[in-house]
Design a protein around this ligand. Structure first.
Ligand code: GLC
Length: 662
């Protein structure tokens, strides 16, 4: 559609850098406008230059954050979220949505975990792939980000992630490799260095791995401001530097005149950009707005409801009973619905007060008090909050971390709740034995100081516009909780990543290698607060009749029954792990390789089947520079969480001798 021959050398150089914060070069009308917009939690269209610029963002639907998509374990929900956001991209003329981020949640202290799916590469990759499918099904492009090893926010512009090849391929690049199956239009390179070289100038990552090994055919764009030297990034095959960069043209032109870059180098990236623009024009033909504003809101409620995680429910304290309730906490009125930074969405939706929703739903007396204001000032009305709690039959206490504590470009400093929130929980638990704590947060919270004092804990994540309606539906039993944690909740961050640099930035060595998260906790026998894949339901499930049908030298079909022992239908996430029994290299105790979320009928069952391929049994061999399966015995483990294995069966890989090494 756009022939490189029709562009001068100068025009080709200008193609390689944005013309402002969000748009590409249009070559005096030879090319259509291409507008890039954030983000993973909804359309953040900032200062459209055509509409006079400025910093106010347009109003858009605030989706449940990616942390919730992770805890939902449901590719359909991820697709629905992407597709819902794409509606508003189409309405406002944004051609590419700068999402999803699939970076591994290496540490619970990472400030951007709320924007990422999981600590596990298979879960993160498959959900990221589904999100891309959802967005692109509406004719809107995507940006798979932040490539790569952007697992900390401290010192993110210059920190160097120091990592061995096997860990990088087996853990940190796998989510990108899987998500690329959805053919995103762009990949966004990250700010940080990888083994000393910025991602934007890292040809090994951008060309050798991303294109030549993973087969990526779209364009690589920089994170905003991640491109330091335009000709060096050009040599690394960074196609598009964003945003506009005043010295980019001169840097490339000078390098060309000095012979540091060739016209061939320039043409390689310019061609990629023209192909990308042409692909977007083709995608425009299928653009459509599918839902009304109200339907998009309902989508946020559905996703939020199916992704919140019930962590504790002693004595069946939940669902709430038709007796008096006291709701405490300012977040019940103004919930924390998202994390801060470029993924923040300006919503015009006003949350209904949780107390009012509970009153409407249960038709009981519901009392309320702020109990605290924000995170900075002290407890207000502490005495009256305690007195109100004492009078009620049940207490719902809402706590958590808002954007003042959880935001891009800064790591978290602690896993525990604010002292004021912990103190409130302790004081209220002294006067009421039916306390339920609702946590609004973007990553793991250390509940250990107080969880034994309360009977119920609901981890809400960040539910976007659907937050309070989802919390109410779950607390009242209108919906059955079916989320499970997509990251380990450790007792301490150092249990996961003990590297002191993690908190400081600078050179961050991934010394833990492949043994982080549940992989590390199990191998090192470190107890955790809540394990990867954990989440309760109001229903009870059993797992039976596991069969493993060998379909190839190192592949099989795994089938099992999930039985619902309760008299109401409910969804259950089942998890399939692989354990290499006889391997001669270090491997984790087990690794997630498949999962399924299924609606199981009341007092009924469903037979679930998943397939495992040779890749699911392989580890990455640095010597072979490829994935490798050692013949021998494996265990296939099916469970309700990583530490609640219900069924297991032996499987033997029998690859031909020529594919084996001694
Ligand atoms: C930000 C983020 C990136 C975002 C971009 C544009 O710094 O790292 O995720 O898409 O800049 O806002």
């Amino acid at each position: 559609m756009y022939d490189l021959k029709n562009f001068t050398l100068d025009e080709k150089i200008r193609l390689l850098t944005g013309i402002d914060a969000w748009r590409l070069y249009m070559a005096d009308g030879k090319l259509p406008e291409v507008f890039l917009s954030d983000g993973p939690h909804g359309l953040r269209r900032v200062g459209n230059p055509k509409e006079g610029g400025g910093d106010t963002t347009i109003f858009a639907t605030a989706m449940p954050n990616v942390v919730n998509l992770g805890n939902g374990w449901d590719e359909g929900l991820a697709r629905l979220s992407g597709s819902t956001i794409a509606d508003e991209c189409v309405m406002h003329g944004s051609d590419v949505l700068l999402a999803p981020g699939v970076n591994i949640k290496r540490s619970p202290l990472c400030g951007r975990n709320f924007e990422y799916f999981s600590e596990d590469p298979v879960l993160a990759g498959r959900l990221g792939k589904a999100f891309i499918e959802g967005v692109q099904s509406k004719g809107v492009g995507t940006s798979l980000k932040h490539y790569a090893l952007n697992n900390s926010e401290n010192d993110r512009y210059s920190a160097s992630s120091e990592i061995d090849e096997r860990t990088m391929r087996e853990i940190y690049l796998t989510p990108f490799e899987i998500a690329l199956q959805a053919k995103p239009t762009t990949v966004m390179c990250s700010y940080n260095k990888i083994n000393g070289i910025h991602a934007s100038e890292n040809r090994y990552l951008l060309k050798d791995i991303l294109r030549d090994t993973f087969g990526f055919e779209g364009i690589v764009i920089s994170d905003w401001g991640a491109c330091h030297n335009r000709f060096k990034s050009l040599k690394a095959t960074l196609d598009l530097c964003m945003p506009e960069k005043g010295d980019a043209f001169d840097q490339v032109k000078e390098a060309y005149e000095k012979g540091w870059v060739s016209e061939e180098d320039i043409d390689y990236c310019a061609e990629n950009v023209l192909t990308f623009i042409a692909r977007l024009q083709e995608m425009k033909k299928i653009r459509k707005v599918e839902w009304t504003k109200e339907e998009r809101h309902e989508n946020t409620v559905k996703i939020a409801t199916e992704s919140m995680v019930l962590l504790k429910n002693d004595d069946g304290v939940l669902p709430l009973k038709k007796r008096s309730i006291c709701v405490l906490g300012e977040l019940a009125k103004k919930p924390a619905i998202c994390g801060g930074g470029s993924s923040h969405v300006r919503t015009e939706y006003t949350q209904k007060h949780l107390a009012d929703l509970l009153k409407e739903t249960l038709e009981v007396e519901v009392d309320y008090e702020d109990a605290y204001h924000g995170h900075t000032c002290g407890l207000v009305g502490a005495r009256s909050s305690i007195e109100r709690a004492a009078k009620a039959d049940q207490v719902v206490l809402v706590v958590g971390e808002d954007t003042s504590l959880v935001c891009e470009a800064m790591n978290r400093t602690a896993l525990r709740l604010l002292p004021k929130h912990e103190m409130l929980i302790e004081n209220v638990a002294r006067v009421n034995e039916n306390v339920i704590v609702v946590i609004e947060a973007g990553s793991a919270i250390d509940t250990s100081p107080w969880q034994h004092l309360v009977k119920g804990i609901l981890y809400a994540g960040y539910g976007g516009d659907g937050t309070n309606e989802a919390i109410c539906a779950l607390l009242c039993g209108k919906s059955v909780p079916c989320g499970k944690l997509s990251e380990t909740f450790p007792f301490a961050a150092d249990d996961v990543v003990s590297n002191p640099n993690y908190a400081r930035g600078g050179i961050d060595r991934y010394e833990e290698g492949i043994l982080y998260g549940y992989r590390g906790a199990e191998y090192n026998e470190i107890p955790v607060l809540y394990p990867f894949g954990y989440g309760l339901s109001y229903a009870a499930f059993d797992y039976e009749n596991l069969t493993v049908e060998k379909t190839g030298d190192a592949s099989c079909t795994v089938s099992y029954d999930v039985i619902n022992r309760s008299d109401f239908p409910a969804k259950e996430i089942s998890e399939v792990y692989v354990r290499d029994i006889s391997c001669r290299v270090l491997r984790p105790e087990k690794e997630l390789k498949a999962f399924s979320k299924d609606l199981i009928p009341a007092n009924g069952k469903k037979r679930v089947s998943v397939t495992l391929t040779e890749r699911d049994f392989a580890y990455y061999s640095v010597n072979l520079k490829d994935w490798y399966v050692e013949n021998g015995a494996f265990d296939i483990l099916v469970g309700a969480s990583s530490d609640d294995i219900r069924l297991s069966a032996r499987f033997t890989a029998t690859l031909p001798e020529e594919k084996q090494f001694t």
